[in-house]
Design a binder for this molecule. Structure first.
Ligand code: SF4
Length: 231
């Protein structure tokens, strides 16, 4: 009997040791991810993006807790994930011809006095000149992009089914971009996200140069329009 008891306690002891070693490994692994993410954010350069993404998926909950301990807010974590996503998709995006790409803009970028009507394909800009969409729509369409100004993700889903783009740039607030990128991943669309500078659902702002920088990826510079061609 005492032999069984001693074997049993030995067994429990080994299980306890293994559990502690596994927990310590998970903690060290997570710390490594957080440090890499922290470095990437501060240096504005992604370190080991594939490793970061795979690791984050594995221990997402713990990473979030540690991020918070390091003083990051939830929004910063989401922005980091969006940047990571863009870095990983960059090469694949470059390889897709522009004729198979689309840009989805949020309709809140328009002027509050916008005279355009909402159609089944989103907002049809009538180029009244009241907002910056007027100019940038012409730029992206001249490059060969399909551009849609949409009120929400249900429009994007429908338009993606209709036009089947292989790559897309999604502009929006953090939560919309995050949702859109997840949706694109599930549908096999190579997506890139751009977060707007000012949200609030009315007359929002985006850094158009950031959208252009992504839109230009993989495009022959000869096809990038100049201001004079658009005026
Ligand atoms: S330029 Fe187009 S989107 Fe902007 S306010 Fe005029 S019609 Fe609306």
């Amino acid at each position: 009997m005492s032999l069984y008891l001693s074997l049993f306690s030995r067994f429990i002891y080994i299980i306890g040791e293994i559990t502690l070693i596994v927990l310590a490994c998970i903690f060290c692994f997570t710390m490594l991810l957080v440090v890499l993410a922290w470095l990437s954010i501060h240096e504005r350069k992604m370190y080991f993006p594939s490793f970061l993404k795979a690791g984050m998926v594995l221990v997402y909950g713990l990473v979030r807790v540690l991020f918070r301990i390091f003083g990051f807010e939830d929004n910063q974590i989401h922005i980091f994930f969006i940047q990571l996503h863009n870095t990983l998709n960059r090469e694949a995006f470059e390889a897709i011809p522009v004729s198979e790409r689309a840009i989805f803009l949020p309709q809140c970028l328009r002027s509050a006095q916008c005279p355009a009507h909402l159609t089944s394909e989103g907002l049809k800009c009538c180029h009244c000149g009241l907002c910056s969409i007027d100019y940038w729509l012409a730029v992206f369409e001249c490059m060969g992009y399909r551009v849609f100004s949409v009120p929400g993700s249900s429009f994007i889903k429908r338009l993606a089914i209709k036009y089947r783009p292989r790559a897309a740039i999604g502009v929006g607030c953090i939560s919309e971009v995050k949702k859109g990128l997840e949706m694109a991943d599930k549908s096999g669309i190579i997506s890139m996200g751009v977060i707007i500078l000012k949200d609030g659902c009315v007359e929002t702002l985006v850094l158009w140069e950031e959208v252009l920088e992504i839109a230009n990826l993989g495009i022959n510079p000869a096809y990038i329009p100049h201001k004079t061609q658009l005026s």
